[in-house]
Design a binder for this molecule. Structure first.
Ligand code: HEM
Length: 510
């Protein structure tokens, strides 16, 4: 075991020079058996009779900023790549670092629920799609969003909006270069992405320098932080009521503000509809109008449900896209040869001074390969973001998993496994020119959007946005490092972010 792996497992040490009474000795032996059971405390207390390989004690990896790497290391060293058991407090976990067991988990009807963290519950996300328990309500939300928010027709109808926001980002980059001589790209991407989602969901654009936009940005930032934070109350129920990390208190404060903010937007839509009637035509309107239409048609969605559904889309849709694009651009700065090859491809399709649009994207296979390779090396959800929860007892391979176990897939470990990918630590988009690998969930060697019935519903929208904005940014600028260079250190919060934001220079090309 490397030192970082040892760091991630806690072992209880008992003093050996104590003279123990027989009862204390018995307690000591009992606790040691529990503690040193493979998979640790929570597994020792479970009904599982045959143990799954895993570290004893309590694993602290998930409370750090590199949980995906620590778990991958533990699975390798314990020869538990297909399935590893571990405990966090009293929570039982299994993690798969192999495509076959990953498929079993993600496709199994037993793992159709998600464990709800206290923060998600307090933020009312159990009424939104991502955390709603499997059942009628969740199915309805998936159907509604598939028809009205993520349908191919809707995604293509938003093409002009995406292009215009991409152009605005190009303008901001130019301005920042003029003012500072370098750009911190994350901010530009974050606000572009937030506005893109706000347009699709609320039909409204925000200015993030003053007024409502500043409030919105604060709400989103606080929400990301709360959902990303590792909260001991989720795993040590006795500590739960103490709210030692203050998560519950902050969530309640945030929910009050979000209810007012989103409630006002819903009210604005209601008033507009009273004046002008329904605005959704052929499934092409914003998502607030869609939800209001459905309510008028008898769908059972309270205002609180609507707030949860709308708010979740903003959380899920904004940062994932911005974070992925920041990693891609970091790679472009680090690999000038790959950048020039992509620019040559774009120029050949669009022309030097032309405008990139959605219709050009299918003609850019090398650009697609760059996005795939970036998703392989830097999956925004390395542990597939949100875990799954066993609704009932189930077997994975020949291992028995009791109901109530949390299951995760370590997608990062799979995409960095040298028995699956040649030279996994090298950034080589060419590998996808040689082999067309699907990234939308059918091939578990690379499934950054998850798979099975809870696969990411926003994947097509996310890919349409990332491809178009990447093409626009590469077409208009040559990207070179700033004095600080590029630091690829990672930090796992709600998504896998760059620890130090990418600073670079953008030199105009046309
Ligand atoms: C690069 C961008 C994105 C990545 C890498 C990503 C990744 C993921 C992953 C790994 C999951 C869990 C899947 C599973 O359990 O099998 C997920 C779920 C989800 N994603 Fe995404 N996502 C992205 C963009 C988006 C966007 C743009 C939206 C919406 C606007 C979105 C909405 C959701 C929702 C609602 C769920 C929960 C689905 C459910 O539980 O039924 N995602 N995403």
């Amino acid at each position: 075991m490397s030192s970082s792996e040892v760091d991630s497992a806690l072992f209880l040490l008992f003093p050996t020079n104590l003279v123990l009474s027989p009862i204390l000795a018995l307690v000591f032996v009992f606790l040691s058996v529990l503690w040193f059971y493979p998979g640790g405390l929570a597994w020792a207390l479970s009904r599982a009779q045959r143990s799954i390989p895993g570290p004893p004690g309590i694993v602290l990896a998930l409370s750090g900023t590199a949980g995906h790497r620590a778990l991958a290391g533990l699975a390798r060293s314990l020869q538990a790549i297909p399935l590893m058991a571990f405990s966090v407090g009293f929570t039982r976990f299994v993690v798969s670092s192999h495509p076959e067991t990953a498929r079993e988990i993600l496709y199994s009807s037993a793992f159709a629920d998600r464990p709800i963290k206290e923060s998600a519950y307090e933020l009312l996300f159990h009424r939104a799609m991502g955390f709603a328990p499997f059942g009628e309500y969740w199915r309805n939300l998936r159907r509604i969003s598939a028809n009205y928010l993520f349908s191919p027709k809707r995604i293509s109808a938003c093409g002009e909006q995406r292009r215009a926001i991409g152009e605005r980002m190009v303008g901001e980059v130019k301005e920042l270069m003029g003012r500072y001589g370098e750009v911190e790209l994350k901010r530009v991407l974050h606000f572009g992405s937030l506005n893109n989602i706000m347009m699709s969901v609320f039909g409204k654009r925000f200015d993030f320098v003053k007024g409502e936009g500043v409030e919105l940005e604060e709400l989103v930032r606080e929400g990301y932080e709360l959902l990303g934070v590792f909260n001991w109350s989720d795993h040590l129920p006795l500590l739960g009521w103490l709210d030692l990390q203050g998560v519950r208190k902050r969530c309640r404060g945030l929910v009050r503000r979000v209810n007012v903010f989103v409630g006002n937007i819903i009210e604005e839509h209601r008033k507009r509809r009273e004046k002008f009637g329904r605005t959704v035509e052929d499934g092409v309107g914003n998502f607030v109008d869609v939800l209001l239409d459905l309510q008028e048609e008898g769908e059972k969605l309270s205002d609180a449900d609507k707030v949860a559904v709308l708010w979740e889309m903003i959380f899920r849709g904004t940062d994932t896209v911005a974070i992925l694009l920041e990693w891609i651009m970091a790679r472009m700065v680090l690999h000038p040869d790959i950048q020039s090859k992509a620019q040559a491809e774009i120029d050949a399709v669009v022309g030097n001074s032309g405008i990139v649009s959605d219709s050009d994207i299918p003609k850019l296979p090398y650009l697609h390969s760059i996005v795939k390779e970036s998703l392989r090396m830097h999956p925004p959800g390395p542990l597939l973001s949100w875990a799954r929860l066993a609704i009932h007892d189930v077997n994975i391979g020949n291992h028995f998993i009791p109901a109530g176990t949390t299951a995760m897939v370590n997608m990062w470990a799979i995409t960095h496994d040298e028995s699956i990918w040649s030279e996994p630590c090298e950034f080589k988009p060419e590998r996808f020119m040689a082999e067309d690998v699907s990234i939308v969930g059918s091939d578990l060697r690379l499934a950054p959007f998850g798979s099975g019935r809870r696969v990411c519903p926003g994947k097509a929208m996310a890919l349409a946005t990332v491809h178009l904005w990447l093409a626009q940014l590469l077409h208009r600028f040559k990207w070179v490092p700033s004095e600080g260079g590029v630091d690829l250190s990672e930090c796992l919060k709600m998504s896998l972010e760059m620890k130090n934001p990418l600073g670079c220079k953008a030199l105009p090309r046309c």
